[in-house]
Design a protein around this ligand. Sequence first.
Ligand code: 5GP
Ligand code: ZN
Length: 306
Amino acid sequence: METQASFRTRLLEAGILFPTGVDGLWGRNGTFEQVFDGLERAITAAGADHGAEVMRFPPAMSQATFEKSGYMKNFPHFAGTIHCFTGDDRDHYKLMGQMERGENWMEKQEPSGLVLSPAACYSVYPIVARRGAQRGVLPAEGALVDVSSYCFRHEPSLEPTRLQLFRMREYVRIGTREQVMEFRQEWITRGEAFARSLGLPFEVDVANDPFFGRAGKLMADNQRSQNLKFELLVPINDGAGPTACLSFNYHMTYFGDTWEMKTPSGEAAQTACAAFGMERLVLALLRHHGFDLAAWPAGVRKTLAI
Ligand code: 5GP
Ligand code: ZN
């Protein structure tokens, strides 16, 4: 078996990944993006009968939305904020000198009001919550959104499957407990069928998010014992455990309470999401079918339309 480093080395040698000098930040070539585009099509096809509303977001969200989402409470170690120069001519002169001397030049970099998105679905909730004749009251059928965004998490790593900036595509369900639970169960089944259609070995297992700090341990334990998160894991890096390529999350009323979304009967709305880690899926396919797309199994190529 190859080592994990050799998979990364092979990706680099084949010119599929371009190094940027930062761990967890890679450029990608046309082969990678061809598979990526195929996955986008296949994910659309996998959910086509559901008629989800499409939303696409830039990699950042407003600071206000980010703050209200509660991300800093649970994952302060992953967050990335965007800061910009706000000084005058004198400050600029000083800045140029500091840069030339290799000194800290960040003192006049002020918060821009933008924060990098940590998860694609975070942008959806405030938008759905503002809708309706009665703000925040969902229609009887609830809401279903097909969303994608670049996401940022500050966890530098040499593993090609752990990126600081990566693309996440999600189906997000907002509604009653019954609607949301049915959605999640349905998407676990669809996710398994999706992985099978891609010829990937996988397992689905209960999981937890990497909550911060000592209180985080308790949060993670609760999340596990209540079966709030499942992952579809694919072996990609040798010498390491399998990698989560899809996540199936049930948030109960967390976002419903946060954004004051209600069901028609006046209860707090519940939410769930099925999240596809796009780069991880591309890497899983390259790992299992090789770097020559023309030699991939016909069924896989058909699923991806490549
Ligand atoms: P979650 O919000 O469940 O942590 O992430 C959703 C999905 O995004 C995961 O199932 C995974 O496929 C993808 N993902 C999470 N973290 C990373 C990462 O560090 N790098 C990459 N490439 N994908 C990630
Ligand atoms: Zn989500």
